[in-house]
Design a protein around this ligand. Structure first.
Ligand code: 0O2
Ligand code: 0O2
Length: 206
């Protein structure tokens, strides 16, 4: 398997999506309106993780395209409402097709994981013509991201065999993170007004 060749169109998609989503954020800023996007990150799944996931899910090399997150983009938002705003905006775009939606916010995973996932089919131009590449967009709040990053590290440390005590603690932490999102939602208008004033003052200083 020539991984570099295989992954090249995925790398292209990741770069294009990153530019487009970061562009959305800048546009909100130019228009001085609240940006539902706090930050955007993206990556091509490392070959070692691809191999590990194929083994875990019993996917044969011929069906590697079944892995939907080889190209992965993450959009991190301040508030839960922002997630749904972004989802609506992404679904109404014409440059890719949303082929699957997974609402792990209303339907959290057993681990406590929350996020909204969109699986998209993205047309990319290659030197051999157009190809449709599957990519995963994960949309989550800062609190959900904080939890997922820490849980991911622990999973890595315990290689999937997490002690029950840690697992229970993480589930509790997931609920605390969601409570934080709920509390922040209640003062959202005030936070946004404060951020607007701060931004206007900063601009008049510049
Ligand atoms: P680890 O250990 O893998 O978490 P930029 O400078 O912002 O244009 P850059 O430097 O290429 O872009 O990186 P970016 O896009 O800011 O962030 C890459 C980090 O985000 C990587 O972490 C990825 O793991 C993580 N990441 C981003 N999007 C996804 C996604 O959709 N799925 C998953 N699983 N991870 C994502 P590190 O730092 O490599 O460390
Ligand atoms: P990485 O290292 O993030 O790239 P699954 O069967 O759940 O493993 P599937 O079928 O691809 O995977 O679908 P799913 O669950 O919708 O999305 C998988 C990705 O979502 C994961 O990628 C994680 O990035 C994230 N995710 C899903 N569940 C959890 C969880 O419990 N904790 C954390 N921290 N992240 C989660 P990978 O391939 O696991 O790895």
């Amino acid at each position: 398997m020539n991984w570099r060749n295989f992954l090249a169109p995925y790398a292209q998609v990741v770069e294009e999506l990153k530019v487009k989503l970061k562009g959305m954020r800048s546009q909100f800023e130019y228009e001085s309106s609240h940006s539902p996007i706090e930050f955007v990150t993206a990556r091509v799944k490392p070959v070692s993780s691809i191999k590990e996931k194929m083994k875990r899910k019993n996917i044969h090399m011929d069906n590697i395209e079944e892995l939907q997150d080889i190209a992965g983009v993450r959009v991190v938002c301040q508030f839960v409402d922002d997630i749904y705003d972004i989802v609506d905006r992404l679904k109404s775009r014409n440059d890719f097709e949303v082929i699957e939606e997974r609402d792990y916010i209303n339907h959290k995973k057993e681990s406590g994981y929350r996020s909204y996932h969109l699986i998209i089919s993205y047309p990319v131009e290659t030197i051999h013509g157009e190809r449709k590449i599957i990519a995963e967009i994960q949309i989550r709040t800062l609190a959900m991201n904080f939890w997922a990053t820490n849980e991911h590290s622990l999973n890595y440390k315990y290689e999937g065999r997490m002690p029950e005590k840690v697992r229970t603690r993480l589930k509790r932490a997931a609920e605390a993170a969601f409570k934080l999102d709920e509390e922040m939602a209640k003062v959202k208008d005030e936070i946004q007004e404060a951020q607007r004033i701060f931004k206007t003052n900063k601009e008049s200083d510049d």
